[in-house]
Design a binder for this molecule. Structure first.
Ligand SMILES: O=C(CO)COP(=O)(O)O
Length: 245
C-alpha cells in the first residue's frame, strides 16, 4: 500500500474559540478531499474543534506517562479520551524550549502508541548542522533514536522539519528535500517491515505557492504546516495541492 497522504496543521500556541470559524470555512473543501486533513490546535481547543466534525484533530505533545504527578502536563490517554487521533512529538520548538532529547521523544511516542494515537515524530537539522554538511547524519540519528519499538505505518508518521526553515519563509531546495526524504524512507524500510508505507511529511514554510513542487518530490507524502494552517484561505490551497499530487 502507498503511504497515506496527510495535510497536517500545527497551530502551535495560536488560536482561540473565535479562530474555530476557520474550521467551518474548511468544511466543504475537506469533505471533497481524498487526502487526510488534520489540525493540531492548543489542547484547550481540541474538544470544540472535534465537535465540528470537519478535520481530524491532534495534540501538540503528550507526557510519557498515562497519568500521575506531572503538573501542567497532558497524557496521550487524555488526548485520546478527548477524541484526538494524532499527537505531534519532538517538534524542534519542544526540543529547544523543553530540552527534549531523542530518548524523551521515543518514550512519548511509546505512550502515544499505548493510548492508541498516531505519533507524528518530528526531526530536522539546524542551520549550523546543514552548513556543516551534517544533515543526513543528524536526521538518521534522530530517526534511530526517536522511533520506538512497535512503530508501524499505522501508528507513526515522520515529519522532516529543518529548523532553519520553520517560520522563516526559507525552504530547502527540491534536491535537498528529496535527499533527506529518500534517506528517511531507506532507513525506515530497513528497520520496519512496513517502512515503505510510513507517511513522510515535509514541514517548514510550506505555503500554497510552493506546495505543489514540494508534493511532487518522491517520498513526500504531505506536509506539517505552521503559519499557513491558521487560516482556511491559506491552508486549503495546500490541501488541494496534496490532493492533486
Ligand atoms: O513548525 C512547523 C510545523 O510544525 C512549520 O511552521 P511554518 O509552516 O510556520 O514554517
Amino acid at each position: 500500500m502507498a503511504p497515506r497522504k496527510l495535510a497536517a496543521g500545527n497551530w502551535k500556541m495560536n488560536g482561540d474559540l473565535a479562530a474555530l470559524d476557520q474550521i467551518d470555512a474548511m468544511a466543504e473543501a475537506v469533505k471533497g478531499a481524498s487526502c487526510d486533513v488534520l489540525i493540531c490546535p492548543p489542547a484547550l481547543l481540541i474538544p470544540a474543534m472535534i465537535a465540528k466534525g470537519v478535520v481530524a484533530v491532534g495534540g501538540q505533545d503528550c507526557h510519557a506517562e498515562a497519568s500521575g504527578a506531572h503538573t501542567g502536563d497532558i497524557s496521550g490517554q487524555m488526548l485520546r479520551d478527548a477524541g484526538a487521533t494524532h499527537v505531534i512529538l519532538g517538534h524542534s520548538e519542544r526540543r529547544a524550549d523543553h530540552h527534549e532529547t531523542d530518548e524523551t521523544v521515543r518514550a512519548k511516542a511509546l505512550a502515544a502508541h499505548r493510548a492508541g494515537l498516531i505519533a507524528i515524530i518530528c526531526l530536522g537539522e539546524t542551520g549550523d548542522q546543514r552548513d556543516g554538511g551534517h544533515t543526513l547524519q543528524v536526521i538518521a540519528a534522530q530517526l534511530a533514536g526517536s522511533v520506538p519499538e512497535g512503530a508501524t505505518a499505522a501508528n507513526t508518521v515522520i515529519a522532516y522539519e529543518p529548523v532553519w526553515a520553520i517560520g522563516t519563509g526559507r525552504t530547502p531546495t527540491i534536491p535537498q528535500i528529496a535527499e533527506v526524504h529518500a534517506r528517511l524512507r531507506a532507513d525506515l524500510s530497513d528497520r520496519l517491515s512496513d517502512g515503505a508505507e510510513v507517511s513522510l511529511l515535509y514541514g517548514g514554510s510550506v505555503k500554497g505557492a510552493n506546495a505543489a513542487e514540494i508534493f511532487a518530490i518522491p517520498h513526500v507524502d504531505g506536509a506539517l504546516v505552521g503559519g499557513a494552517s491558521l487560516k482556511a484561505a491559506d491552508f486549503l490551497p495546500i490541501v488541494a495541492a496534496l490532493d492533486a499530487a
